[in-house]
Design a protein around this ligand. Structure first.
Ligand code: HEC
Ligand code: HEC
Length: 376
């Protein structure tokens, strides 16, 4: 504490600026973006995925900008102002560290780092799932298994983040009481009351122009990476339906895409058309053979989509319907049973009532819309 600081000469009791405008904007924008991501992710589900992704990406961008500011910002924005060695953190937590920290105290600094790390990991695992499972974004060529693992980790991290946020809020309330100053208010106004014995940190000047340049470069690089790889991914489901299939198999229901089932499952369905659910859908042998061949040639093993991985080889359901599989029930557990009985849906198997892209085999969450109930 040898360097002179602007706060050092401020008279006792005077309000001094601790949190610069960028730190405050970062903090409250992060609050808004994380809340939005949490509500859309935990509560609203797949139909809100766009807002979820936008808010998550915003959080990631904010953290990236904050990291830059942690190296180039003013005194209390700097990592070196609040990232302390473990011994100092322990000493702070056990009461060995007397004097108030104007910026983050050592424990608060550790929490900052933890929160930023978890938000970063959430962005990475989110993009992994978006790429591997939903085949969009910059990581769309990842294997499905990695995407799925990414999504599972994403959920665990999201729960962890909520717990950390609760701890962070509790600590802010506790510290506010202990030091008789409103820490939440100072994150709004940026100022704190100067007191004797304060740890004021080593004064450094900020470099906003350099920071802005670095952030702009990072943003440009991100856009480049994002645009690098967004063509139609490998092993997309077949886009054009076989003519005879389209003619014969859409008389009673939507054209179930061949990638929804395994070749063996299609074989069973095609061999039992005389007893097809509640209908007789028999075809002549030649037509049957042609459709069967086409279905098998484009079955689930030929597509890298979520339904191809979820529903194929799952035909232990009593009727053989996709809608009776466990995977299907898990995905649709948030929907009321009545939704499937009323017009214009009528049946769980009427996928295209809610999935605009059902006949393409994709079943993208971006394409879900539950239709308004109509009277008959
Ligand atoms: C005469 C009417 C009729 C024709 C023609 C027909 N189906 Fe069906 N199909 C049904 C009915 C009824 C169901 C049960 C759907 C439901 O529960 O709403 C069904 C269900 C299915 C399912 C299961 C959907 C699910 O939920 O898993 C598949 C797959 C299927 N049909 C494939 C075919 C194929 C392939 C053809 C052409 C060879 C075909 N269907 C022709 C009446 C028909
Ligand atoms: C009444 C409307 C409705 C019908 C009918 C319906 N779905 Fe869905 N489906 C939804 C909704 C809503 C979700 C998102 C649930 C959530 O996570 O909140 C969903 C989610 C999905 C997903 C996961 C999308 C993703 O990646 O997040 C798949 C795959 C899917 N449905 C397949 C099917 C198939 C196959 C059928 C037909 C056999 C079907 N659905 C019938 C409404 C419907």
């Amino acid at each position: 504490m040898t360097d002179a600081t602007s706060t050092q000469f401020a008279p006792q009791g005077k309000q001094v600026l601790v949190w610069d405008i960028w730190v405050r904007l970062f903090h409250w924008s992060l609050v808004v973006s994380i809340s939005t991501a949490a509500v859309t992710g935990f509560v609203l589900g797949a139909p809100w995925i766009k807002l979820h992704i936008v808010s998550g990406l915003l959080a990631m961008a904010l953290v990236a900008a904050r990291i830059v500011w942690g190296f180039l910002g003013p005194t209390h924005a700097r990592f070196r102002d609040f990232l302390r060695p473990p011994a100092a953190i322990l000493s702070h937590l056990t009461g060995g560290d007397t004097g108030r920290h104007l910026g983050h105290n050592p424990a608060g600094g550790l929490m900052m780092l933890g929160l930023m790390a978890v938000v970063g990991l959430l962005a990475i695992t989110g993009l992994t799932g978006l790429g591997g499972v939903l085949r969009t974004g910059p990581l769309l060529s990842l294997p499905y298994g990695i995407g799925e693992a990414g999504l599972e980790l994403h959920e665990v991290l999201a729960a962890l983040l909520l717990v950390m946020i609760l701890a962070h809020v509790a600590a802010a309330i506790f510290e506010s009481r202990r030091s008789r100053e409103n820490l939440v208010r100072s994150m709004v106004t940026g100022t704190k009351e100067r007191r004797p014995g304060d740890h004021r940190g080593r004064k450094v000047i900020s470099h906003p122009r350099i920071a802005l340049t670095v952030i702009a470069l990072l943003a440009g690089l991100t856009v480049q990476v994002w645009q690098r790889d967004t063509g139609v991914p490998e092993r997309a489901p077949v886009a054009v339906l076989d003519e005879i299939f389209a003619e014969e198999c859409t008389a009673c229901h939507l054209a179930y895409h061949p990638s929804l089932l395994s070749g063996a499952e299609w074989q069973v369905i095609m061999a039992n058309l005389d007893d097809h659910f509640i209908e007789d859908a028999r075809l002549d042998d030649e037509t049957n053979a042609r459709i069967t061949e086409w279905l098998i040639a484009h079955d689930a093993s030929t597509a890298q989509t979520r339904p191809a991985h979820l529903f194929a080889n799952e035909r232990e359901s009593p009727t053989g319907s996709i809608a009776e599989t466990q995977a299907w029930s898990d995905l649709h557990e948030s929907l009321a049973e009545e939704t499937f009985q009323h017009a214009p849906v009528y049946s769980k198997s009427n996928c295209s009532a809610c999935h605009a892209d059902a006949e393409t085999g994709w079943f993208s969450p971006f394409q879900i819309k539950i239709p308004k109930e109509t009277s008959k």
